[in-house]
Structure formats: structure tokens, C-alpha cells
Design a protein around this ligand. Sequence first.
Ligand code: NAD
Length: 342
Amino acid sequence: MKILVTGGAGYIGSHTVLSLLENSYQVVVYDNLSNSSIESIARVQALTNKEVDFIEGDIKDKAKLRQIFSEHKIDAVIHFAALKAVGESMHKPLSYYQSNIHGTICLLEVMEEYNVNEFIFSSSATVYGEENNVPYVETMSLGTPASPYGASKVMIERVLQDQAFANNSFRGVSLRYFNPIGAHESGEIGEDPKGIPNNLLPYVAQVAVGKREKLSIFGGDYPTADGSCERDYLHVVDLAKGHVAAVKWLEKNQSFKGIEAFNLGTGVAVSVFSIVKAFELASAVNIPFEIAARRAGDLPAFWANADKASEKLQWQAEKTLEEMMIDTFRWQSKYPNGYAHD
Ligand SMILES: NC(=O)c1ccc[n+]([C@@H]2O[C@H](COP(=O)([O-])OP(=O)(O)OC[C@H]3O[C@@H](n4cnc5c(N)ncnc54)[C@H](O)[C@@H]3O)[C@@H](O)[C@H]2O)c1
């Protein structure tokens, strides 16, 4: 089975490509490298001793997509390619709607032209918006996220449902990720954000190796046990395996039509202060921090009800918080500048 992975050079994409190769799938990666390096693909190939077809290009470029679908017999698409910085999306909404929504529609149109009907989408817990209660369950209605980034994920989920309704052959899965962290245990691939990290763990890791002076914790007075935000952190390798589980589920359930949503999380919320402590313990490095003002749009706490993925996909997050910390630190210490300047 041959799978087209858009955004496959990125953080979650590269770990998923590795997991697909380990499970004997053939992989074509399509990525414009706007937030990644081709080095991640080279490392995945070295780790697995398997080849990946890499094509550089943008999901909005339908001519290039057509070329891929005519040259390769693609059976399914896993769609990671997107802009993903919540804060940036507030300042550049048009770019986010253009890349994420228009880009996804271009991809779906070309898939339809080539009669490729299996789709796995990188959705996010953000689709539950501000109105749903925690823990989030897939039976809840899509919410109204505060950011254009979140709104783009809600809109794409809606597009997928409408497309599945209109085209009886089209079927797929929306995987709603909670907070992926960590890196492959080899330390060879990991999260390599360009510029100042938007997410907690890459920031903590960069402080640990002396690239940044101190961590800013946004808000210490939330109505949580220790006053900091709580999130459902899961290991990126577990998340990658969730994609393989989704591909297998679609393969096994040929009679399934439509779009099925699954939460991919651990079901446990962990506070920012606890993350910092766990990282210090795993790395034996002190992480200086300050409490800064809350960020607009940050919710106090959310976590997954992960029962559905466990029951239907037979998938559960397995790695511990300690492993998430150790693996992050290994990657960051081995490659302090990420893929750029080894
Ligand atoms: N990391 C998270 O915390 C998180 C949480 C929920 C959902 N997601 C979603 O998962 C997906 C992957 O996230 P990630 O953390 O690996 O991000 P990432 O930025 O590391 O990966 C995205 C990849 O897509 C590529 N890309 C971006 N725009 C493109 C375009 N127009 N055409 C072709 N390639 C393009 C980038 O170069 C990058 O390699 C995204 O859709 C993101 O919204 C991420």
C-alpha cells in the first residue's frame, strides 16, 4: 500500500513516516519545507534503511499534485501540511485560511480527479472550542475556537464531512491530536521549530541547552491545582502509531463510509509547572522561569476522553511523561540547532 504524506518532513509527519515504513507501507512525502528540513527525511531513511520518495511542493499547487497522482498509484493520503502557530494565525488569518482550507480543498479536488478516496486528517483538540466541557469526547459538537488556526481545523472537518456525504466512495478519519511532545528515542528526529518556539517543550529544551535564557509561563493564576494551564501531553511516537492504527482501521473496515473522528491523547492533564519539574528531573538541568501574563485564547485545562481510539483503533498512548522528557532532552542535546547546523 502506497501512502502520500503531505507535510511529512515536519515534526509529527517525520515520526509518522518512520512508523509507516516500519509497518511496511510505501511512502511518498510532499512538503514545501516552509517549516521543516529535508534532513528529517534523510534521517528517517537512515533509521529504517528504507527509501522515501520526496517531492518538494505546495499543496496549493494542483499541477504538481496531479503529477504525483499520475506517477504514483496512491492508495491513501495522510494530510499534515498546514500552518500551525495559533498566535501567528491571529495576525495572518488570510495566510492560514489560504494554506489550511484552500490547500486542503486543492488536495481533495485532485484526489477526486484520480479516484483516491482514503483520507487521514491532522485535526486538533482545538476543534472543541471554548464551549465544550472537559474531558472532550468525539460525540460533542464542533466548537468555535478563538483563533483562525483553530477555525481552519473546524472548517476542514466540516469540508470532509460534506465531501463524504456527497461522494459515497470518499472516506476517512479526523485525528484530533492533543499535545504531542517528545522525540524519537534515537535522538535523530524531533521537533525543530523555526524561530522562537510557540510550544512549551521545545522552549524548555532550548533553555536547557542554553539557547534561551529563561522560560515564560503564561499565567500562574488559572483555576487549576497549581495555577498553571493543564494539557494532555502525549509522546509523538505514540501519536505516529495512531496514524498507522487509523490506516489499518480503514483497511479493515472497508464497509465504513463517512468521516470518523478520534481523539488521540492520554486522557490525563498535566500542568505546565509539572512539565518543568519533570523535565528538570529527567535532564538534571535547572530551568529558570518567570510567570508572564496569560495569553489570549488559552484555556485553563483540557484533556481527552481517549476511549474511542482505544476501543475502535486498538490504540493507546503508551509512553510515560518521563520518556517524553528524556527523549526531548536527548534530541535537543544531540542537535542543539535542530536539523540546520549539525
Ligand atoms: N504539533 C502540535 O501540537 C499539533 C497539534 C494538533 C494538530 N497539529 C497538526 O498536525 C499537523 C502537523 O503538525 P506539526 O507539528 O508536525 O507541524 P510542522 O510545521 O512540523 O509540519 C507541517 C509540515 O507541513 C509543511 N507545510 C506547511 N504548509 C505547507 C504547504 N502549503 N504545502 C506543503 N507543505 C506544507 C511544513 O513544511 C512542515 O513540514 C498540522 O496540520 C498541525 O496543524 C499539530
